[in-house]
Design a protein around this ligand. Structure first.
Ligand SMILES: Cc1cc2nc3c(=O)[nH]c(=O)nc-3n(C[C@H](O)[C@H](O)[C@H](O)COP(=O)(O)O)c2cc1C
Length: 209
């Protein structure tokens, strides 16, 4: 199974098989893949919310322009950013790094001070867009892992983030939803599953210098 074969196998699944669930192992793989996603400075200011509860998801459908994937998929992954990014994130990252690598203080200190200052000077709107950019990297990573594991998925930004945040109680835990990734298995009747991929010719998207 080659990477390219799998990337051709995957598609933005519109209709999921409501009766097929991913195994705990498959969900664990997706959680770990999310956690292994590269982030700027390694700060990991993202969270993955895994929603299994069907009645909760039914309530979310109307806030996703009635896209049924939200409820029909096996699980709904919601990629979130923190509402606040500050020196405490730098602090906890370096504490973790020190715990895992036993890096001496004198090596860490200059970089930690530089990063704390950079973040303290960053305007709030810039911090938010910086975090959101990283949510997209996590989305791409998860989609590729899904393809490799033959898990169907549908990347989605077609939803009302504020309404999702209210329904899922994300404000209360300092988070803001950015992207959705319903995951599971394609329905046998999904019209989209047999359609040819529509992509530009490679010569139009790649420039050699
Ligand atoms: C960031 C992003 C947001 C998307 N949002 C939606 C969405 O809300 N609903 C949907 O059905 N598809 C959505 N798509 C799927 C794209 O339409 C689809 O990936 C694209 O047409 C290419 O088709 P393929 O993924 O099936 O190869 C989204 C894709 C991306 C990357």
């Amino acid at each position: 199974m080659s990477v390219l074969q799998q990337l051709k196998w995957r598609y933005a699944t519109k209709s999921f098989d409501k009766d097929r669930l991913l195994s705990d192992n498959q969900i664990q793989t997706l959680k770990e893949a999310f956690n292994l996603t590269a982030t700027s400075y390694g700060l990991q200011t993202l969270k993955l919310v895994v929603v299994t509860d069907k009645s909760l998801r039914q309530e979310l459908v109307k806030h996703a322009y009635n896209q049924a994937q939200v409820v029909d998929a096996s699980h709904l992954l919601v990629i979130c950013v923190q509402n606040q990014i500050d020196a405490s994130d730098v602090e906890s990252h370096f504490a973790n790094l020190q715990r895992i690598r036993q890096t001496p203080d004198e090596v860490i200190s200059p970089f930690k001070s530089h990063l704390t200052e950079t973040i303290s000077q960053m305007p709030e709107d810039k911090k938010l867009s910086w975090a959101i950019n990283q949510a997209y990297i996590a989305l791409g990573n998860l989609m590729t892992v899904c393809a490799m594991e033959e898990i169907d998925s549908c990347p989605m930004e077609g939803f009302i983030t504020e309404a999702f945040d209210d329904e899922l109680g994300l404000h209360e835990i300092g988070l803001k939803s950015v992207l959705l990734l319903p995951v599971g298995f394609r329905s046998e009747t999904d019209f989209f599953s047999d359609l040819k991929k529509v992509r530009k010719d490679l010569s139009q998207t790649v420039i050699e210098m």
